[in-house]
Design a protein around this ligand. Structure first.
Ligand SMILES: Cc1ncc(COP(=O)(O)O)c(C=O)c1O
Length: 285
């Protein structure tokens, strides 16, 4: 059966799911998106993702032509129509087709697209042995220019850092903010463990308000692991006992080397493993 894609209220076969070449999502990256995941047929933290999508849209003056409830139903319907129980879901809202100029008032028809597909995770060996990452020279977008809390269709800032990571032989890269503090990775949030406690940059560092990050903070509290959100430097990363990344696609993934420095004893640490275990219990994986 051909994959069914949700496009503006209808489920259509993948080959028929098309948008205009005049769409400002394509011309300017003018639009917003979410990456979600379903486990055992249930979308993980759906309401949080929908809320973040509408917040991102508000941040760019984009009116989504659906209620939040209708959007959540459309996500569920797309997963069900594809007969998927464990999958990755991409939810996109573009500004719609307009003229070749920037003016968004010329775009009258936002496109709502939902794609449910199999999951492209990092290779399993990275979950076992941990990732090596580098710090990119590409600075995360200044929050006063384009807030990293807006999950917009323009991911060039992250892509440039990702390219630098790839060129250095790493599949993920750490990004600093305009103050030189640790922000986040190109598609994941970052956590450190030091002396039994967690630390992670706060939203003020200019990061995406990650939903997996939020879940990790919740389960840490539940497990009695102290956690602080505070400014972190590269030095804090280098001297951490453990380091891990969080994201919808990556889930929780250990990091064992940063900028050629071995983190802790170079193996995924016990607190990371405990949180991963609790995460798997929640998602049934
Ligand atoms: C830049 C960036 N940071 C962090 C994350 C992790 O956020 P979440 O856990 O909501 O997927 C993502 C992925 O969505 C991202 O693109």
């Amino acid at each position: 059966m051909a994959k069914q894609v949700y496009l503006n209220g209808e489920l259509v076969p993948q080959a028929e799911a098309k948008v205009s070449v005049f769409d400002h999502g394509l011309l300017y990256g003018d639009g917003v998106f979410e990456g979600l995941r379903a486990y055992r047929g249930k979308v993980f933290r759906l309401t949080q993702h929908i809320d973040r999508l509408y917040d991102s849209a508000k941040g760019i003056w984009l009116e989504i032509p659906l209620t939040r409830e209708a959007m959540a139903d459309a996500v569920d319907a797309t997963v069900a129509a594809n007969g998927l129980s464990d999958c990755y879901i991409r939810l996109i809202v573009t500004r719609g087709a307009g003229s070749l100029g920037l003016d968004p008032r010329k775009c009258s028809n936002p496109q709502v697209i939902i794609i449910a597909d199999s999951i492209a995770l990092y290779p399993a060996e990275f979950y076992e042995k941990g990732l090596e990452i580098i710090t990119s020279s590409v600075i995360r977008n200044h929050p006063a220019a384009l807030s990293p809390r807006i999950k917009s269709l323009n991911y060039l800032n992250n892509i440039l850092a990702k390219i630098e990571g790839i060129q250095a032989g790493c599949i993920e890269a750490l990004m600093l903010n305009h103050k030189g503090e640790v922000a986040e990775c190109t598609g994941d949030n970052l956590f450190l463990v030091k002396k039994g406690g967690l630390s992670t940059p706060s939203l003020e560092a200019g990061i995406l308000d990650g939903i997996t990050r939020d879940f990790v903070l919740e389960i840490a509290a539940e497990q009695g692991v102290p956690a602080v959100e505070r400014p972190l430097t590269k030095h804090d990363v280098y001297i951490a006992d453990e380091c891990f990344l969080t994201g919808t696609a990556a889930e929780i993934i250990p990091v064992v080397k940063v900028d050629s420095r071995v983190i802790g004893d170079g193996k995924p640490g016990p607190i990371t493993r405990r949180l991963e275990k609790r995460f798997r219990e929640e998602t049934g994986k």
